[in-house]
Design a protein around this ligand. Structure first.
Ligand code: FMN
Length: 208
């Protein structure tokens, strides 16, 4: 499928066939594609968590306004951003920029200072969520390209789902994605998008 068609045909699917969730093999194939998502410093501050256990899916659904497509899909993937990426990724980042990009000692020192900088928590959150959002969109497109259907979701209680998954606070929820096989008899009409004219920002004058 060409890229414009992929973008135009992807849907947030709410009706899935039973037994059509992701297998471990399919999941890993998706991650090999999604791994190519760009990130600041090439830090790749994301983690993915696949849930297929019906009991865990049911618990997540209960913490997500009982949205039934969670258990129906058969699998859910959480895209997580690691708030500790500066510490966790520093050595790898410096090594690759030295060995692959050939940065000079002075450039490496400046890169190291930037990686060691104490940033306000709000800024770290913003940077981490930006990266997780980038990976999330890659994931949705990779899922579509692989012939699965998905529903991106944030309508859930983050504290409750965090407790269910026993997820440490350092990981932020980028997105939860229900992944499965679409029920062809329950397709939903596409939701319209804004016209290009409404997308183009034309300066402060438009707010007068
Ligand atoms: C961040 C985010 C959160 C969303 N949360 C939910 C959700 O909790 N439940 C749901 O059914 N759909 C959810 N959606 C799906 C949107 O409703 C859907 O993407 C949007 O209406 C456009 O429809 P489309 O994806 O089919 O083009 C979410 C989408 C995004 C990007």
């Amino acid at each position: 499928m060409d890229f414009p068609t992929l973008m135009q045909t992807r849907r947030a699917v709410h009706h899935f066939l039973p037994g059509g969730g992701l297998t471990q093999t399919a999941y890993e194939a998706l991650l090999r594609v999604v791994a190519h998502t760009p990130s600041g410093y090439n830090a790749q501050p994301w983690r993915f968590l696949l849930v297929t256990d019906p009991a865990v899916l049911a618990a997540v659904q209960a913490a997500a306004h009982d949205q039934s497509h969670i258990t129906e899909a058969g699998s859910v993937v959480f895209i997580l951003g690691d708030m500790h990426w500066q510490r966790a990724e520093k050595a790898r980042i410096l090594r690759q920029w030295r060995e692959i990009r050939g940065l000079s000692d002075a450039q490496l020192q400046s890169l190291q200072a930037s990686l060691e900088k104490e940033r306000p928590e709000a800024q770290v959150r913003e940077m981490t969520l930006r990266a997780a959002a980038m990976a999330s969109m890659s994931f949705l497109l990779a899922v579509e390209d692989a012939g699965y259907a998905s529903c991106p979701m944030m309508g859930f209680s983050q504290p409750r789902v965090r407790a269910i998954l026993q997820l440490p606070e350092r990981y932020l929820f980028g997105l939860m994605v229900a992944v499965g096989t679409a029920d062809p008899e329950k397709t939903e009409p596409p939701l319209p998008r804004k016209d290009v004219s409404a997308l183009c920002y034309s300066g402060l004058a438009e707010h007068d």
